[in-house]
Design a protein around this ligand. Structure first.
Ligand code: FES
Length: 124
């Protein structure tokens, strides 16, 4: 299996069995982002204590790329300092996802990252 194929498998697995899906109790930073082209949405929720992201969950609907990337981002952010999220670039996140997406799907892949960053900004 190529690295690309392995990444595609991981995406599919997160899509079928999303991690941290649902309402986050005690959420104090949240934001909904949607892709106006298809209408798919990601509602990303964080619970921040001081400078640390204690917990992260999401709800949403849409394509495998948008939903799987949200699932992966919740795993990545739990227990991390806020600066980790703030310093995570779009290209850095796309690298972590490991799949090649064209410009049209890039918006799908970045919905959750955009929502998470806006959530933190809005909570300040
Ligand atoms: Fe809608 Fe991907 S096709 S977010």
């Amino acid at each position: 299996m190529s690295e690309e194929e392995i990444s595609a498998e991981i995406i599919l697995d997160h899509y079928r069995n999303p991690h941290n899906y649902g309402k986050l109790e005690g959420s104090n930073a949240s934001m909904t982002e949607y892709n106006p082209i298809c209408g798919d949405t990601v509602h990303f929720q964080l619970r921040i204590a001081g400078t640390v992201i204690e917990d992260a969950k999401f709800v949403g609907r849409g394509c495998s790329v948008s939903q799987a990337s949200a699932s992966m981002l919740t795993d990545m952010l739990k227990g991390k300092p806020i600066e980790y999220l703030e310093s995570l670039t779009e290209s850095g996140f796309l690298d972590v996802l490991g799949i090649k997406v064209g410009p049209a799907r890039e918006k799908c892949a970045l919905l959750s990252l955009t929502a998470a960053k806006k959530a933190v900004k809005a909570s300040r």
